[in-house]
Design a protein around this ligand. Structure first.
Ligand SMILES: Cc1ncc(COP(=O)(O)O)c(C=O)c1O
Length: 341
């Protein structure tokens, strides 16, 4: 039983329903690869996150890299949380902007970096995940919005792990916190259970990325069949309050069992982080859980900083009650015995 996927609502295993939509786009969107199914998917996604427009990318990696490298250049400044995803790091590097990194969720430091760097740069961009994928921590989005505004900076928020999971109708943490980022990145391969991603924002942002995001311009457009599946899936996700509540309750039960056995899990919500330190300890734990029939991958550098190897346990609302009971019994057994390594 997998307890380490991002299929939070349990949709990923469902087959795609073919309604005649083509499997392949055949070309980049700018050439001939963009069709009615892409337009309808973008409209559904933009409406979901309540932004004027959205642009589809083939993955979250492509969305972050393409967006950052298009928006920023050597005259610009990017201020980034130290735990931001690799795609944010790579896009920032590719842009050749000045990169300043602040300690995780340290708004005072982020503000200081913006204050010190703002005047020497044409444009400043503050970027953060909303729900951090390896730690299960939540960004202070209102605080980020306030400091971006105070320093005339663009705010970019990656909602990859929050969409479908948090907020009214699963609209994410920006919606829950009632802030509007200038650039919102959402992925479709996690709670939405499909593949691909989108960048939502004002219409000029979409126009700009359409022409300038190289991972969009120079890449075959998303499969029309996949795009055709998006509007209905978004509708389902929006209506999935019961699954969201179930998911969060499951994660709390997992946290409870770990705590009862002396393990203090990190984060909140469906990403339960059990940090053990060395790679050997993480692999030992992975092997023991495997003996109990649980697949929880050991997370090691470069995905997480050295010394913070961990098990990242993520339930899915698709688990049955009896499966969850098995998970809890196994976790209790493994957490209750000392680790090797
Ligand atoms: C925060 C974050 N952004 C972006 C991505 C990349 O998304 P995708 O898997 O669609 O490329 C991930 C994937 O792990 C992620 O965790």
């Amino acid at each position: 039983m997998a307890l380490c996927s991002n299929d939070y609502l349990g949709y990923a295993a469902r087959p795609l329903v073919h309604d005649g939509a083509a499997g392949g786009a055949g070309a980049s969107a700018l050439i001939a690869g963009y069709g009615a199914s892409h337009g309808a998917a973008e409209a559904a996604l933009a409406a979901w996150v309540a932004r004027p427009s959205a642009l589809l990318f083939t993955s979250g990696y492509a969305a972050n890299v393409g967006t950052l490298a298009a928006l920023l250049g050597p005259q610009d400044l990017v201020v980034s949380d130290e735990l931001n995803h690799a795609s944010i790091i790579d896009g920032s590097r590719l842009s050749n902007a000045t990169i300043r990194v602040f300690p995780h969720r340290d708004l005072l430091k982020a503000e200081a970096l913006l204050r010190e760097g703002r005047s020497g740069h044409r444009r400043a961009l503050l970027v953060s995940e909303s729900y951090f994928s390896m730690d299960g921590t939540v960004a202070d989005l209102r605080g980020l919005r306030a400091i971006a505004d105070a320093h005339d900076a663009t705010l970019m928020v990656d909602e990859a792990h929050a969409l479908g999971v948090f907020g009214p109708q699963g609209r994410g943490l920006c919606a829950r916190e009632e802030i509007v980022p200038d650039v919102l990145v959402g992925t479709l391969g996690k709670a939405v259970g499909l593949q691909g991603a989108f960048v939502a924002g004002a219409e000029p942002l979409r126009q700009f990325l359409w022409n300038r995001a190289r991972s969009f311009v120079f890449s075959t457009a998303l499969s029309p069949a996949l795009a055709a599946a998006i509007p209905a899936r978004v509708q389902e996700v929006r209506a999935a309050d019961a699954a969201r509540a179930r998911l969060l309750a499951m994660a709390e039960r997992i946290r409870g069992v770990l705590l009862e056995h002396g393990v203090v899990p990190g984060g909140e919500g469906p990403i339960v982080s059990w940090t053990v330190g060395t790679p050997e300890r993480a692999l030992d734990l992975q092997a023991r859980l495997r003996e109990h029939g649980l697949w929880v991958a050991a997370i090691r550098p470069p995905t997480v900083p050295p010394g913070t190897c961990r098990l990242r346990i993520t339930p899915s609302a698709g688990l049955s009650d009896s499966e969850l009971d098995r998970v809890l019994v196994s976790l209790a057994a493994v957490a209750g015995t000392p680790l090797g390594g």
